[in-house]
Design a protein around this ligand. Structure first.
Ligand code: SAM
Length: 318
């Protein structure tokens, strides 16, 4: 059916993210010793502005995520929604920043691929086994549950089943919770993404939601981005929520979140540690600076908080 084709095209986007991250790390933009186990070859060259864009995305998201983990002293849980083949769990383990439990959710077929990689690659499975207390680890084709890491196959548009599965895997609504969605909500209709964000606000009293995705999509450049995806049968069903930074924030403000901020990625880029930015700008020559600016102006990080436990004045000081 059309829905199956559309969902399949959305599932395929996790390979884009992973191959771009794989290429950028092979050039030295940032370190990720685990991504090679999810995509073996470095693949075709990516343009320097793409690599710099991924650098800003990873640094920006990690900055907020790590700030939350430090603020809660890791006495919290993380839920990566539409995690794809993301390697954050292994980074946090190596950096001694592991939350009490790290959850990932994606479509069952994506989860099956991820679990297959984990099972067959010792560098991926070892940290999971090391942080697990018993000999038996719950593992089947569509889910993995260890003490500290859990992967769940579910459709994020089906809230009741999502909620049920997370609770079955010991999600604790009383713990401070960080929810993350990176290039995920944009593939869902505005009502589906609002329902998801609303569920999160209702479920947790102390939480932060980090969302990274497209913004400012109504201009010519945005139209070209949409057309490029459509050529691959991929529809940005949520593009309406990506018109402006205000529309990004509204999704959270209208669903019970207390405090919301949003920055376009060009702004984020200028706020990143400038010595490291200078380092990565030397990695590859970029002729047209405007190209990078245009690209970064079309992505944003939006973060929303609820803070019953008073972890930080209104927005966790980030
Ligand atoms: N967040 C990962 C990253 O940044 O590397 C992957 C990003 S990829 C562009 C989008 C991911 O969202 C895909 O893995 C896709 O399968 C997942 N996704 C999109 N809609 C979903 C839904 N309704 N239910 C579950 N997963 C979904």
């Amino acid at each position: 059916t059309d829905t199956d084709t559309a969902d399949e095209a959305v599932r395929a986007t996790c390979d884009d993210a992973t191959t771009c991250k794989r290429f950028a790390t092979s050039k030295g933009y940032w370190k990720d010793p685990y991504i090679q186990y999810f995509v073996r070859s470095v693949g075709d060259r990516k343009a320097p502005e793409i690599n710099r864009g991924y650098y800003a995305r990873v640094q920006g998201v990690n900055h907020l995520l790590d700030a939350f983990l430090r603020k809660t002293q890791c006495d919290c849980q993380v839920i990566n929604l539409g995690a794809g083949l993301d390697t954050t769990f292994w980074r946090l383990k190596d950096e001694n920043l592991m939350p009490r439990k790290f959850f990932e959710v994606d479509f069952p077929t994506v989860v099956a691929r991820k679990i297959h990689n984990i099972k067959t690659k010792p560098p991926l499975s070892k940290p999971i086994i090391e942080t697990h207390s018993t000999d038996s680890l719950l593992l089947d084709a569509h889910s993995l549950e260890s003490d500290r890491y859990c992967i769940i196959g579910a459709d994020l548009r089906d809230i009741s089943s999502l909620d049920e599965k997370l609770k079955k895997f010991q999600l604790n609504p009383e713990l401070p919770t960080l929810l993350l969605s990176e290039c995920v909500l944009v593939y869902m209709t505005p009502s589906h993404s609002s329902n998801l964000v609303h569920w999160a606000a209702e479920t947790f009293h102390t939480a932060m939601f980090i969302n990274y995705e497209q913004v400012n999509m109504s201009d010519r450049f945005g139209q070209v981005m949409i057309e490029n995806l459509q050529r691959r049968q991929c529809t940005l069903a949520g593009v309406e929520a990506c018109q402006t930074l205000d529309s990004q924030k509204d999704r959270f403000l209208k669903t019970g979140w207390e405090h919301v901020d949003a920055l376009d990625m060009m702004t984020v880029y200028t706020m990143l540690p400038q010595d490291d930015v200078a380092r990565i700008e030397r990695l590859e020559f970029l002729d047209e600076k405007e190209l990078l600016q245009q690209l970064l102006q079309h992505y944003n990080i939006c973060w929303a908080t609820k803070d019953k436990l008073n972890l930080g004045n209104a927005h966790f000081n980030v």
